[in-house]
Design a protein around this ligand. Structure first.
Ligand SMILES: NC(=O)c1ccc[n+]([C@@H]2O[C@H](COP(=O)([O-])OP(=O)(O)OC[C@H]3O[C@@H](n4cnc5c(N)ncnc54)[C@H](OP(=O)(O)O)[C@@H]3O)[C@@H](O)[C@H]2O)c1
Length: 248
């Protein structure tokens, strides 16, 4: 039981990587709080995780909603021990088609959402708490059509270092897990046509040295490592789980 009696907040815990992580954290003894925005996915997560889990509808682009969610968690459990700041989404667009709204929207979720989740929860974190942020292989490579999504992830990679430095004196660790291409609904939400999606999928698979997409569970296990005392001497770092895509 690597997370026995821990209160773990998983943002974007209603789908893909976050839902797998919530299930794994729960099986390791944690009480999990998961957030999302889609009512159907929230209901599904509630049924998968059972009565012991808390599900909260929170649009992370709105700091006031984050404020309320953290207040709800603290009122119910009194503290937070683990934050898996994982929610994220992207819109694909080439240089000439990117709009100011797309930039604001992606930064609002992927960067501001992470930042304000940590800022609001920080006063309630105990010594020994662990924060894990989901970055991406995209912060290491240039990918046509994904300039803004990639930049949001590079910004969160930087945040891991700065917030890590700020919270280290309190004994709180901050690390990132950096997924390669993972088989989740994420890709279907990028706004690509079916053909673009299929072509991109094949190209990515060919480029990954291990010749496949990763599974959500393979990121969840890395997140568990970072969330637990198994990684007690790690902070400010990024654990790359990408089938070798950015390393070989
Ligand atoms: N899949 C990949 O290949 C890949 C690769 C590198 C990095 N990542 C990163 O991994 C993380 C998880 O992605 P995933 O692959 O598991 O995708 P996913 O299955 O689409 O899950 C995304 C999660 O984020 C939540 N979310 C989306 N918009 C939100 C908003 N405005 N406010 C609050 N929550 C919101 C979703 O909840 P609702 O649907 O209920 O809103 C969902 O729970 C993301 O940060 C992504 O950038 C993924």
């Amino acid at each position: 039981m690597k997370l026995k009696n821990k209160i773990a907040l998983v943002t974007g815990g209603t789908s893909g990587i976050g839902l797998e992580a919530a299930r794994l954290f729960q099986s390791e003894g944690a009480t999990v709080v998961v957030t999302g925005t889609n009512a159907e996915r929230l209901a599904n997560a509630a049924s998968v995780l059972g009565e012991g889990a808390m599900t909260l509808s929170v649009d992370l682009r709105d700091p006031a909603q984050i404020d309320k969610a953290i207040a709800d968690v603290v009122e119910t459990f009194g503290r937070v021990d683990v934050i898996f700041a994982n929610a994220g989404a992207g819109t694909a667009a080439p240089l000439e088609a990117v709009t100011p709204e797309q930039i604001s929207d992606q930064f609002a979720l992927n960067f501001n959402g992470v930042f304000f989740t940590i800022q609001k929860a920080a006063p309630h974190l105990s010594k020994g708490s662990s924060i894990v942020i989901t970055t991406s292989f995209l912060n290491e490579v240039g990918t046509p059509g994904l300039s803004i999504l990639s930049a949001t992830k590079a910004a969160t990679r930087s945040l891991v270092r700065s917030i890590g430095a700020e919270l280290a004196p309190r004994g709180i660790r901050v690390n990132a897990v950096s997924p390669g291409p993972i088989a989740t609904p994420f890709h279907e939400k990028l706004g690509l046509s079916e053909k673009q999606l299929a072509d991109t999928g094949s190209a990515i698979q060919a480029a990954v040295p291990l010749k496949r997409f990763g599974e959500a569970r393979e990121i969840a296990t890395a997140a568990l490592f970072l969330a637990s005392d198994d990684s007690a001497f790690m902070t400010g770092s990024e654990l790359v789980v990408d089938g070798g895509l950015t390393q070989l």
